[in-house]
Write a protein that binds this ligand. Structure first.
Ligand code: ARG
Length: 296
């Protein structure tokens, strides 16, 4: 089932099957990362402006941050001519069913420039013995993986953003095929073109959001399933991608440096912010969450 607003038949969180948190992270080396075209508002004016040495240093530091937190990190080699491939949250949606089967759904990228990235991740997951599913070739609709589709921590419930990159109709097909409910959220501000730019699920009961990126139906769903909702201020969300943070363990929150008001709220709620620099990647409209893919 796909739910677009709060209704009486929404399954209660406790009724949804439990799934473990993913414990591995995939990253893609940044040697070919550039801003070479403009497919989101953050990239405008930044063509050719990436400092590639600095990008490499920032990427290395993010990888080390995950390792230091005890997360196993693997890397796929970035490919020449695919300057956005480094944002490896976007090309797939890995899943683990409550029964323990592991699979991955391949994205259909919205921008033609990014379509060839997907095959590299299909190859990676075939090597991991995942069941690899493509979207039905006969049916329309784009889908940008974990840019727009986020697991509820610990539960078999998917949060699905749509409007800029992903088409809502795809969620109906995913939900029917794989048997998980989807809470679908319309995205309403082009600066927040992927769900992972405005919703960061921290643990089963807590999310960090930028409320201005959603409509009332979407905010209703978020408040229905998360009993604690932290709100990033607009400047930190829009300019520093505060909500593109990531908590691999429900305790630490890896976040772009300088999100002071967000970090204050995180600390008050009991989390430990871990600040990293992703300035070169912000030029392309991405930060922590998009630079990695969690899988089981
Ligand atoms: N330049 C990339 C794009 O516009 C950035 C992707 C960032 N990824 C994300 N999950 N927000 O597609």
């Amino acid at each position: 089932m796909v739910y677009t607003h709060v209704t009486g038949d929404l399954p209660p969180l406790e009724a949804l099957p439990e799934i473990p948190r993913p414990n591995r992270v995939l990253m893609t080396t940044p040697s070919h990362f550039r801003v070479a075209y403009v497919i989101n508002p953050h990239m405008a004016g930044n063509i050719g402006s990436v400092d590639t040495d600095k990008a490499q240093q920032e990427w290395d530091a993010l990888r080390d941050t995950y390792s230091d937190l005890g997360v196993e990190v693997s890397a796929v080699e970035g490919a020449a001519g695919l300057p956005d491939m480094v944002f490896c949250a976007n090309q797939t949606l890995p899943y683990q069913t409550p029964g323990g089967a592991r699979g991955v759904i391949l994205s259909r990228m919205h921008a033609p420039e990014r379509k060839p990235e997907v095959q590299h991740y299909a190859t990676f997951f075939e090597g991991q013995s995942y069941e690899v599913h493509a979207l039905d070739a006969d049916l329309p609709g784009d889908f940008e993986g974990m840019g727009d589709a986020l697991w509820h921590p610990g539960r078999y419930l998917l949060w699905g953003g749509y409007g800029y990159r992903t088409d809502a109709e795809v969620y109906h097909r995913l939900s029917t095929a794989l048997g998980f409910p989807i809470a679908a959220l319309a995205l309403t501000d082009p600066d927040f073109y992927h769900l992972d730019t405005c919703l960061c699920p921290l643990d089963e009961h807590t999310a960090l959001i930028y409320p201005g990126a959603f409509d009332d139906d979407g905010l209703g769903l978020i408040h229905h399933y998360f009993s604690r909702v932290l709100e990033a201020p607009e400047d930190e969300a829009r300019n520093l991608f505060a909500c593109n943070a990531h908590s691999p363990d429900g305790e630490h929150v890896i976040i772009q440096r300088g999100c002071d008001e967000t970090n204050k709220q995180l600390r008050e709620a009991g989390y430990t912010p871990v600040e990293v620099d992703t300035d070169e990647f912000l030029k392309s409209g991405g930060s922590v969450f998009c630079m990695k893919l969690m899988y089981w």
